[in-house]
Design a protein around this ligand. Structure first.
Ligand code: ATP
Length: 454
């Protein structure tokens, strides 16, 4: 597949997210602050599920990875050692006519604000400056007085916090390569042209794992992690024909990397990086060892020598994953002569697993529905929904991606059975009230070989 052919557009997905309480533009009442978003109830639940599934893959399905949550602001020398002060920049051009700024290496993806059918620089009035390097790190100062030595950076990646703690994991956690350290946390990049909803943000949440291996195992570990991360998306239901692995050419590699492959997804904006897997070699540990003077080598008892491990890193943001699953799951279809929009999220990602709907608010139905809701709520993310017609409630649940809705109707009062409606097949099964919890747990468990989260 070369071009995107699904029903979703970035605008449609963004509009659904706002309408249904997933994602709101940040500072909206002040007119917004470009490409910055706040996550509403369902957005938080969806992001939590993405993170939990990532942690499942890192921690539950293997036992050689441990966790870290490091500070956002580290010693400024961190970023000198890592190469970010000198090299973490994008080429920037200004247009003297319209005063807009563009990434010089992305001009072919942008349009001229004055003449949108043209690229920047192609319009008759365009007047672009020469490209200059713009460092993407946000700077701030620590302490009450702005003076020399107080300048610090908001981290542009979580990885460096892991390298700074490497020695603690050798000494305190008694780990020896091969092992990994995984971290989830906010990163900040002063992107020149953020945009495309959640795709390119200035503030985003990264999930990074640094896998430390003896140097001769790095190439094999790299291949394994590319495959493992690709499979993770497919297991969670992402359309495999919209996923591909793209190895970087030599000219494209970052300053720290000897080998990188992007896992790309076919977003409505075209094939774009979803996740990057890099073989960072010993670049980071070596740099920190030289800049800090701390010995970060590992002792190998077999050869009685010290060595610096190599590092393989899968790195991704929660937001690019969320956008991929929203786009992939988005569908518009006609059901019984009516249009519906549905989000086909995997049950282990859906913010709400099941909704309990009393058909009407009388005749003993609300009491039975509340009883079932209380029982399910103890072990599953469920919702009670009794406002509006049942058709409206189905549409609402379809749009937030709820896999199953349970309706309590007149027959429930007579024989204690309910209908369980399936979001995708629209099949309605009549099952005993007392068996709903077991049925949902079973369907959830059999929806994947990943076990449900806590
Ligand atoms: P790009 O080429 O798209 O700018 P990158 O190669 O600079 O990305 P990395 O430094 O490899 O990205 O970051 C690792 C991951 O973090 C990316 O694969 C992506 O999932 C995520 N990421 C990077 N920048 C952003 C951003 N501005 N907004 C959201 N996610 C981001």
């Amino acid at each position: 597949m070369e071009t995107y052919e699904g029903a979703a557009t970035i605008e449609k997905v963004a509009s659904l997210c706002r309408r249904r309480g997933f994602v709101f533009p940040a500072s909206d009442i002040y007119g917004g602050i470009g490409s910055t978003y706040d996550y509403g109830h369902y957005g938080v639940l969806l992001k939590n599920n993405v993170k939990q599934r990532w942690l499942d893959a890192m921690l539950r399905e293997r036992d050689d990875i441990v966790l870290l949550d490091s500070a956002i602001i580290q010693h400024p020398r961190t970023w000198e050692a890592s190469g970010h002060v000198a090299g973490f920049s994008d080429p920037l051009v200004d247009c003297r006519t319209c005063k807009n700024r563009f990434r010089a290496d992305h001009l072919d993806q942008e349009s001229c604000p004055r003449k949108p059918s043209k690229r920047p620089g192609e319009g008759p009035e365009c007047d672009l400056t020469e490209a200059r390097q713009f460092n993407l790190m946000f700077q701030t100062t620590v302490g009450p007085v702005e003076e020399a030595g107080t300048r610090v950076f908001l981290r542009p990646e979580t990885a460096q916090g892991i390298f700074l703690n490497f020695r603690n994991y050798l000494n305190v956690m008694r780990r020896r390569p091969p092992f990994g350290i995984a971290q989830i946390g906010k990163s900040f990049r002063n992107e020149i042209t953020p945009g495309n909803f959640l795709f390119r943000l200035r503030e985003f949440e990264q999930m990074e794992m640094e896998y430390f291996v003896p140097p001769d195992q790095a190439a094999a570990a790299f291949e394994e992690w590319v495959q493992a991360r690709f499979d993770w998306y497919v297991r969670l239901g992402l359309d495999a024909s919209r996923l591909r692995v793209r190895p970087h050419g030599a000219e494209e590699l970052s300053h720290y990397s000897s080998q990188t492959s992007d896992i790309e997804y076919l977003y409505p904006i075209g094939w774009s990086e979803l996740e990057g897997v890099a073989n960072r070699g010993d670049f980071d540990l070596r740099q920190h060892m030289e800049h800090s003077g701390a010995d970060l080598r590992v002792f190998d008892p077999a050869t009685e020598t010290h060595y610096l491990p190599h590092v393989v890193e899968p790195a991704v943001s929660v937001e690019r994953i969320v956008l991929a699953f929203l786009v992939d799951g988005y569908a518009e279809e006609e059901v019984a002569g009516r249009q519906r929009t549905v989000l086909r999220l995997h049950p282990l990602l859906a913010p709400v697993v099941a909704a309990v709907l009393p058909l009407v608010n009388k005749g003993g139905m609300p009491e039975l529905a509340e009883r079932l809701y209380a029982e399910l709520r103890a072990s599953l993310p469920v919702e009670y929904d009794d406002s509006g017609s049942v058709g409206k409630r189905y549409r609402r649940q379809d749009e937030i991606g709820t896999p199953w809705t349970i309706t309590i109707d007149g027959q429930t009062v007579d024989d204690e059975t309910v209908t369980v409606r399936d979001r995708d097949s629209l099949a309605q099964d009549r099952v005993p009230l007392g068996r709903v919890r077991e049925l949902l747990a079973h369907r959830l468990a059999s929806s994947t070989d990943l076990s449900p989260g806590d």
